[in-house]
Structure formats: structure tokens, C-alpha cells
Design a protein. Structure first.
Lengths: 141, 141, 141, 141, 141, 141, 141, 141, 141, 141, 141, 141
């Protein structure tokens, strides 16, 4: 079993970005934790980050052939990308939306997710541990 | 460590209710799985269900003295209860909102949660496994 | 055939409440007329009233086992209760929504019914006679 | 006592139109049932159909002189005709709005009725039996 | 194969009406071009215009028996007629919505079409050539 | 100079309709007053009423050839007819919108006029005298 | 009979302001025409202009004692002044709202009038002649 | 004279709940102050709290027979309970709505009160002193 | 201690204005009652009224130096004046908003107060007694 | 004559993606059909696809020099890209918007097109044949 | 060249008002800096402040004769004054809107400017330096 | 001191694009003017343009290490990019938003800026001179 983990815009800045909100953990740290967990569960992880909506759509489109499930933290694209929504619909792979922060406690425009309706479910507010939970949710299924 | 698990309206009907959507698992089944997991993690679970908004507010208010964290599936009250929101704010305990189904893929009025903004986070769409994930999320914290 | 008749908040005050709008008939009078009609039609009536949303959800949940159809005047809960809506969906019994007054001629917020979309239909504006019509509608079906 | 029964646009197609939703009963069948019931109740029925908003307004305007009450299924004009609303207000005759289907369970734009606020009440969701109920509601009054 | 071509309100004024926007071509010219094209494609055209919403609903209702497809330029009724929408749904014939001008570039209220959702598709902005394109789209199907 | 005076739906009921609001004057009385005034001002009046939106659109379309200006009380069609709006735009004749009552003091949906933006101006709230004022406004121009 | 004529903000600039829209007539010209007409009709005119919302409210408040009716062109205050609305309600004098331009054909925010609902009626779009029409409307009453 | 004082959800937590906002005074303290003031004014106080909407509706319904006026702090139910609104309308007793905090300075959804329109008036923002002011307001009347 | 009492537009008309709603008490009567109460409480009152938004902003700006608290009945400016809101924020004096009538039971546009969010609290619906309550609320603080 | 044909996000997945909706035709098939048709009409086609909004903007910007017209299926970017809209405005080339499915019959957010208002027109709902129609529309012009 | 600099409500309180937001600089300081800069650029400055909307409209109206351009910080009137907007339109002088704070980062209602659409442009968020930038922007033009 | 100057989509077309609105100056001209000014002020400029949202997010993310401030003209992305907003928040560098045209005088959807709330301020409407003003604003700070 192989899982594509997609990180959206600005997540490459984790650890330096607004530490009061996002903590000091970097995206590499998250990757490390997740790969360790994946090993325990005998699944393979393909962990990526891009600030480009088009890259993320490309990756999802290509995933159809080689990937079994998707974990996606679309970050800012959560609220603006119909393209990523359509990509997930198109490939018909099970997907889980993850957010580090509790988006429901933030600005009004962050309440709308274009992505969540085409995912299995959403996990938000648990920091990097959310990725681990998403992985377990996919495996459990 | 003791965790109060609150189940809102109509969850007592699980297993009989709309099986195509909610499956054949009963609330007692969920309670069983969760208690087993809790035992492994050495935490105590107080698992309850009520169709009465007032009961749920009562329970949260009393939780302050004896409970360390809350897992809540507010079901229909997610979208209509300012009272449960205020109760969680008032007791200042960490709480996680859980939904069996992916609320983001349902009716417009189910997109708004009064409860999520005062919780740590939200987990939805993973059926009864969502309770296990919520428990892990609280322990991890 | 057994029909559960549910009356929502403040309907216990009928006959004393705003007589210019609601008339001098009490809820017991309505019960009497309806039971007489039910006898003629050889159906059994279980007639109840509560001001508690939770009671109404409880009753509908329990109805699954012993009841064939529901007549409900959800009164104020028409406009605010997702819980009662979900209860009716869950038990999958035929239900008819009744209102004494013509809700379409009243305040804006009374235009929205959470309950009607999961009922067979709605009858409003004919005072207590609406219950008789609802009974006939169910029998005719 | 004489009652004008008005059927709005496309109701002439009943029996052929979307049978899964509307059944195989034609408008003539409905007329037949209603006239039979009217005879029992010793009232006279004037049963009409038009696809023209103007015809319906004409008929209501003329009704003032010879008609005692109106049963109207405005169909599509329910949601778009201020003219029919004003006509009913103008003649000050008791009127009942009937719909075959449960409009509350359909598209958003079908939730708004221009006509209902100037009627005695509304009956929807009971197919052709709704006309019989409307007749009884008027007689009872 | 026989196609009903319906032209809505004010289209009889083409050629005299706001020539800067609509050009000097009359509705008869459009009819001519379309009949010529139809002949080439061996289909029969029944070309009509009315300013009356009721006429248009009448025509669509009658089309069920003798017509294979509909091309409709509902003009102003695009934005206000639920009746025409319901008529097209009722007869279950393939239909194409045509507009001479690009409605998306005009007033806000012209953005909403009640008709388009029940058609196969929509063609707008190409003047009278839109009718030819609609004909081809139907034939191609 | 010839002026077309168009009266929309239900205005034929004036004098009998809701006398507390509209008074006892009939449409014929209004016609009489207006024709007398027109004679004084040496203009010709063509005074009509219809409950049919299509008739009104027909009349405006034909007006292009023989009429110099339009006075229109669109009544209920004020708020729902894009067709009449487009007709007035199409013939490019000066038009004045008249209302007997002060529409700005009535229901929310009567605040919107589709017609007024394509007229020279609007006069409302002065009963039948509004027609005289409209005539003077046109002559003065 | 004495009539207070109130002119709101920027009307002192008439004749110099945007001549393409408002023409070359000054406010003094309008005053002249109106006083001439008033003389013919044997009524007295008190013609004023202010850019200050407070002045206009003061004038209306004082009008109660000495004035029989009000003609008001509230200009920009039409859309923003609840104070002027309340003043007219308070003094219970008949009032007519006048606008030089057709406000219904301008920006969205000019569609809302706080003032019109407490006036007898509204006249707009006829330039300075609107004042003469308003005077006649008041006299006719 | 006897006054029913109703406290809505979570007010039982006062003194422990979010002390920075609500202070250290408990609901018993408020009861004490109010009873002392009532004694001075020779009125009797019946002071209650419930987290159950249904209880509050029950109490208001029963109040009709034995109570002269109502002071109500509906807390969270202010914004969601049509049932309490209808109860106050039904018993036709003078009522005053009180809030400890200034609801106008809080979340958007706290701006809407279903209760206030059926009360004499509203007092908010003065902490527990608001109850004393409400009592004086009722006595003064 | 010195308190500035500000009365907004049209309050100078009290006693003559719409007596059915506002009673026969004049603003001078209110001033008298309030000064008597103030004397009892040993505070000084500076009681003013203006119809000019600018005057009220001027007064609040000057209040910083010599005034300890503000009681303000902004009347119509409640709903339209960001300027008065900013003035109260700027001087950072405790302020209480008072309304004679229950604004929550009136027109939709009166539900919004620009002023209340920057005040300590709001008192409405108790007629002139609201000023006394506001004074007590300030003293109690 | 040279025409740039732009295909937006996820169109590269055609033929594999949701075949029930989009059929089994691939984007290469569409390219083939279109090039064949273009050859017949003696125009040159430059057929491209990208998931990157920026690529599409780049291509349109460069088109100014070498291209005569644009056919664009912006797919998901239809509803979210102001950038593509501005690009088309900037190059001032005639453009036609094409959609495979009937967007008017899909989710609410697909009703809004940022692109259509700056195109000549829109064609939707005819599958791949829509490209052929767009080509003919451009040639006809 | 002579430039009118208009400061709206509460700007006279600068230096004392909310220093954390607005700093300790007074309006006189700003005037000083701006006059110094103006001298360098050989333009004349007429620097004014008023809390009265009417004063500001008066000044703009008079500006036509003697002034070449306007710098305006409308403060609270930005969001509520159609009158000032119309004044600037009327005099057809180039104007620049300045705000000390970044209005885009504040309350929702501060996002709307009635004034900006009739100005050359807007500068906000740079404190008093914004006036200098506005002056340079006007000179550069 | 080093300043990153970012130009969003379609700004590479300046000088050729809609010259009536944007003039004949190219982006290279703007770069030249700005570099000249920067030299005078002894600051370094890094001037870039991209049509790709992802590029702009990349640049801002990298800016943290080497750049002191940002001038950004996000063009179309102003209204649609949460990603650029989050990038600016993340790097915590002072930023100024610039627009060539006065966005407040254009389409409704251009009124909303996702970017401005996380910038120091906004400058719009002064053409290319806006960049110079932004530079001065940053230096002055």
C-alpha cells in the first residue's frame, strides 16, 4: 500500500513561520514522524510539498496509476481551489484532508473547504499529529 | 486521566438508523471499542448519550470537577446549540468534536458548527473509528 | 394501525394563549376530536405534548417499534430543530407536519421548516382541523 | 356553495409527465374524484387549468361575483407570480393553496410561495388527495 | 426528425430593436437561415415566437407527441419562468437554450437561468448563428 | 401626439378591490379623468388594461410605429417582468412608471422594479392623480 | 396653505455640477419656477437648501407649527438618513420625495430610500419639473 | 406582586466560568442581591436556573396563573430559541431580557435575539447589576 | 462626578411626536427627572440635545477633559453613525446607550447599532425611565 | 488563421475520469477531431492543456502576437481565476468559453464564470462536440 | 496650485486618542509636516478639520472656484457619506483619499468606502506620512 | 536595505494591454523609474514578475532570509489568493500593496483584497507612480 502525502502552500516554512501558532516543528520533522509510523504499519509514503496549485493537481492526476490513497493538507488552496477538488474527484482515490490548526476557529473565509466534500473526511486542529491520525484512518479503512 | 464521551441526539438509534449511511454498528459497539482502546491507553471513559440539549449542557458543566477532557459527537446540536458551545467554553477543558459522517459533503446547514470553534479540533467522516482517533489525539496532547 | 401525534412547545397553552389568533379550543379538545375521528377510521392514536426537544426526539426514536405513522405539530421547533428532523429521517416512518396557523403569513424566520423536507407533506392554516386532515391524508395513503 | 378550482402550468400534462414523481393519474381523473366528493358535500365545483398567468388572474378577478371559495394549485406560478397573489387579495375570497409534491423537499427556489401568505393555508405532498383535503378544509370552515 | 424552435418575448422586434446590440437581422431572416440549414441536414423545423409565457408552455406541452427536440431562446423568460422550466422537464425532450447576446456580460439578474439546468446545454453570444450551432449540436447527438 | 396608457394585472378590479387602500374609483373613472386632461393638452390617449404579461409586451412592441410615449402602471408585473422591461428598452419610447400606492411603504419584494430603470422616471403614491402627473411630465418634456 | 421645500446636499451646485446629467438650471431657477407656480395655486413656498443633515431635521421639526406640507429632495441623504425619516414621521405632515434624476437607473445603493416609506409618494426622473408635479400632487390632495 | 426570574444555560457555572469576563460572583450571590432588593421594594422573587430549553418554556407557561412579570436572562437560548419567544408571547406577561455581558460587542450570531422583540425591553452589559435594573424597570412600570 | 447626557435627532420633539408610541412627556420633563435623581446621587448632569451628528461628535470629543461618563440616546444616529462610535472609542469614557422604545421590536434596520459595541451596555424599551436606569448603572460601577 | 485551444486543469484525465459523466473519449481524441475539422476549414489549431493557472495566463499573453482567436475550456479555473479573465481582456482577442458538461445543472459555485463575461460567448453541455461548435462560431464571425 | 486638505470626524483628537493605534502626533503636527512639504513643492495648502458632514460638503462645493485638488481623510464618513461622494463628483476636482490606519485590516464595515470610487486613488496604512504621499501623488500627476 | 518588488499576472503585458486604461508605459519602464529612485534612496531593488501564484509564494517564502521589505502588485491574485496572504503573514516582513488602477472604482469582485489585511497599507490609482510612493512609504518607516 502506497500513500501520497501532499502539502500545500507555505507549509515549507513550518518551524520558522509564526511559531506561536504553528510551533517549531519543520515539515521535515513531520515527514520523519509520518515515515516512522508508516514503517510500523507497513505502508509506503510519498511525501511532497508545493506552493503551486498546478503541481498538486498534476500529482493527484498521476496518482491514479501508482497510489492507493491520499493525505492532503491543502493549506490556503483549501478555500480557493476547485481544481484540486476536481482532481480528487477524477482519480477516485480515498483522500483525507488534514489541517494543522483548527480552521473552524479562524477567519470566516477559512470555514469553506472546496476539498473536504470530495474526501472521506477531515481532521483539523491537532498539529502534526493530524497526519498520523489521517494515516491510521486510512489504514483502518 | 478521565475522559467524558458525549453522544448527541439520535445516536442511540445507530445500527437501526439508515444503515446505508451509518452501518450496522450500534452505539454500544462503539462504546465497547472505545473502552477497549482506553484500557490499552490507561485512561478512563465515561460514555453517555442523550437527546436532550440540556442534559449535555448539564454534563459538561459538572465535568469541570472530575473530568480531564471531552470527546463530543453533538450530532444535530452541532448546528443549532449555542448552549453546548458556551458550556465547553465555560469549563475550559480540552474537547474534540467527532462526526461519523463527512458533514462537509451534506446539506448546507450542516456546514456550520457552533461547537468546533471552541474545541481543539474536529474529526469527521471515519465512522466509529473517529472516536478512537479523537482519543489518540487527546492522549498525544 | 397506530399513529403517534406529537405536539411541540407551548401547545399546552392553547385555549388560553392569544385567543384572537388561536381560538378558545384547548389541546384536550383537539385530542378529543382527533380520537373520535380515529375511532371512525379504526386507527389508534397516541397523543402527546412536550415543551422539550429531547422528549420529542425520544418519542420518535421509540416509535420505530410500535408506531405506523406520525402526525407532528413541531410548533417553535419547526424552525430550529435539526434533531427532530434527523429523528424522523432515522425511523423512516411516514410523517405529516401540521400547523394551526398559516406560517407562510407570519415572520420571516417562520418560513423555514427543518422538519417538512423529511415529511410526506405539510398542512397549515386550518386550525385544529389540520390534524383531522393529516389523519385522513395518512389513511388515504 | 360554489368553489373555483384553478390548476396552473403543466398540470395538463399529469399522467404523462415524470410518472415516477407524479404518478399516472391525469388531471381529468383528479377532476372526477373531486367532483364526486363535492357532490357528497353538496358543493359545486368549477374546475379549470391554464398555462397562462393572465388567464388565472382573469378567473380570480371574475370569481368575486359568483364564487364562494378558491382551491388553487399554482404550480410554477407559486414561486414567480405576484399577480396571482394580488388577485386573491383583491377578491377577498377564502383560498387554499395545494401542491401535489412536497415542495419543501425540492429546489431552494420552490421554498418561496408568493401565493400562500394570502391564502387560508397550504396543503402539499399528498398527490391528488390534497384537493380533497382542501375541499374538506374549506367546507369545515 | 422534427425540431420545435421557440422564440420568447420581444424577439419579434429584432432588426428594429437596439440595432447597436442586436444588429439589423430580423426574426424572419433567422428563420430563413435556419430552415435552409435544416433542409441540408434533412430535419424539419417548426419556428415560432410569442410574447406570452403561457403560449410557450402550451407549445412545449403539445410537443411531446410530434416533436423530437427543442431549440429555445427564452429571452426575458430565461430569468423569470419556472413554468417553462417545468414544461421542458415534463416533456423530457432534449432541449438547447440559445441567446443572441452574451448574457454573462450583462446585468446581474441575467446571470440566472431557470431554463438552462433542464436543457442539454446552452449557447450564447453568437447572434443568430447560435441557432445554427444549436441545430448542429442536436443533430450531432 | 399619442400616448399609450397601459394598466397591468388586477387594475380592472379597482373600485371593488380593497377599498380601504385603493378607494372607490374604478379604472373607467381614471380613464375618464385622464382623457379629459389629455383633451385639454391636445394629446390622444390609448387606454388599456390586461392581466396578461404577453399582451402588455405585444402592445409595447406594436407601439413603436404609432405611439409617441408610454404611461405604464405595471402593477404586479413591476416586480417580476423582465419581458416588459425589455419591451420598453426595445421600442426606445419615453415611458413613465406610475403606481397608485406608495410601493416603498409596502412588502420588501415590492421595492424592486424591473421596469423603472428603463423609464424616464417613476411616480407613486398619489392614487389616480399619478396618471395626470405622468401625462404632464411627458408633455412638459 | 404653506409648503416647506427642502433641498439636500450638493443641490446648491446645480447648474455647475455635471451638466450632462443635471442640466444648466440652477437651484435659484427651480425656486423661481416653483414660486411662480405656487402663486398661481395660491400657496406659499418656503424654499431652502442645506448640506447639513441636522439643519434638515431642525427645519422639519420646526415645521410642525407653521407648515402644512413638505416637498423634499433629500439627495444623498435619501440613502443614509434615518434621522430625516424619523423627523417626517414625528411631525406627521404630508410629504413628497422628489429626485431630479431617475434613481432607479443608478448605483445599487441609490435604490434604497429611508425617506420614501414615510412620505405620501415619490416622484423621480423629471428634472426640476418634479418639484412642480409634487406641488400639484399635494394641492390635489 | 410576584416576579419570576429565569436564568438560562451555563449560568449555574457563574463564578467559576471564565472569570476574566464574568467575574467571581456566583448565581447564588446574584439571587441574594436580588432578593434583598425585592424585599425593599415589597415584591416576591421566584429565582430559577435551567440548562433545559423545555424547562424554561414549562416555567413560563405555568407562570400565567401566579406570576405578574418575568425577568429572563436566556443566555445561549437568546439566539436559538423560538420556543421561549413563543412562550412569552403566549402568557402575555411583561418581561425584561437581561444579559450580564454586552452582547452587542461579541460574536455576530449573538447580535440576534429571538426573545427581545416580545419583551418590554432589554438591559445588557452591567453584570449582575442588570437584574436589579430590570427589577426597578418592572416596578417603575 | 459629572455625566454628559446626549440626546440625538428628533428627541426635541418628544411630547408632541407620535404620542401613542412615545407618550406626552417632553425632553424637559426627562431632564427634570434625571437631574432630581442625579442630585440624590450627588452627581452632576450636563443634559443636551442636537439633531446634528457633528455636534454630538464635538461634545464627546470635548468631554474627555471634564466629564466622567456618558449617557447617550443616539436615536436615528444609532443605526448610521460610525462617527459617534469612533468618538466614544476615542475618548475612552464609560458610556451607556439608552433607547426609549424597544428597538428590537421595530424595523430590521433598527436592529443594528454602531454605538452599542463601544459602550458598557445598552438599555432599551423603558421609556424615559431608561435614563434613570442608565444613571444607576454608571454609579453602581 | 490560427486558433489557440486551451484546456484547463484535469482535462488531461479525460477518458479515465468519471466515465459516467465524461465518457471514454480522451483529450487526444478531442484534439484529433478538432484538427480534422480545422483542416476542412483551413485554419490552424494550437491545442494545449495545463493544470497550471500561470501557464494558461502565459499562453494567452503570448498569443497576442501570433494567434487570431482563442477557444478555452478553463475547467475548474472558470470559477476561481480572475487572472485568466484579465489575460483575455488584455490581449483583446476573440475568445469562446467551452464546457463539456452543462455547468448550469451542477453545484452552485459552478454557476459563476469569471471568464465568460470577457468572451464572445459560451457553449456548454455538448461534450467534445462543443469544441467543434466553438470553432464554427469563430469562423462564422 | 492650491490644495484643500480635509480631515473628517475625530481627527481633532489625534495625539490623545487611542495612542497605541494612532500614535502621539497631533493634527497640528500633521499640518506642520504637510505645509513644510508643500512649501518645498511650491503648492499652497488649505488644511481643515470638521466633525460635521455638512461642513465637509460645503467646503468641497466651494472648492470648485479656488482649489486645484483635494486630499481627504474622511475618517468615519468614508463608510457612511453619500453626500461627500456626490460633492466630489460634482466639483470634478482630482481627489485622493487618505487613511492613517490600514482600513482593510479592521472591522467589516470599514471595508466599504463611498468616497474612494470618485477619487483618483486611495492611500492607507502609513499614518501621517500618507498625507505627504498623497501630495506627491497629486503633484506627480 | 533590500526590497523585493513583486508583480502579479498580466503585468508583463503593460504598454500593450488596454492602453486607454493602463497607458503605454511597460513594466521595464516602471522597473527603470523605480531603480533610479531606489538608487537615490540607497536601497536595493529586486524586481520580478510572474503569472504563477506558486512562483510568487515561493519568492515570498525565500524572502525571509535576504529581504527587508516587500512591494507587491498582486494584480488578479489580490482577489483570489489566500496563499499569497498566508505567505506574507508567514515571513513577517513589512509589505505594501500597490495597484495601478483605482480598484475601488471597478467591478464588485475587485473590492475584496485577501492581501491588504496582512500588509502595512495599500496604495492604488496612481499608475506606475504608486510604486515610487510605496518605496517612500517603506523608507519613511
Amino acid at each position: 500500500m502506497k500513500i501520497l502525502v501532499i502539502n500545500g502552500p507555505n507549509l515549507d516554512l513550518l518551524g520558522t513561520r509564526e511559531q506561536a501558532i504553528y510551533g517549531t516543528e519543520t515539515l521535515d520533522d513531520i515527514k520523519g514522524h509520518l515515515e516512522k509510523k508508516a514503517k510500523e504499519l507497513s505502508v509506503e509514503i510519498d511525501f511532497r510539498q508545493s506552493n503551486h496549485e498546478g503541481d498538486i493537481i498534476d500529482w493527484i492526476g498521476e496518482a491514479k496509476k501508482t497510489i492507493d490513497a491520499i493525505i492532503i493538507n491543502p493549506a490556503a488552496y483549501t478555500h480557493t481551489s476547485v481544481g484540486i477538488r476536481d482532481a480528487i474527484s477524477a482519480v477516485e482515490l480515498p483522500a483525507v484532508e488534514v489541517h494543522l490548526s483548527n480552521v473552524h476557529a479562524r477567519e470566516e473565509f477559512r470555514q469553506r473547504s472546496y476539498i473536504a466534500p470530495v474526501c472521506l473526511g477531515q481532521i483539523c486542529g491537532f498539529g502534526s499529529h493530524g497526519y498520523i491520525l489521517a494515516l491510521e484512518a486510512l489504514i483502518n479503512r
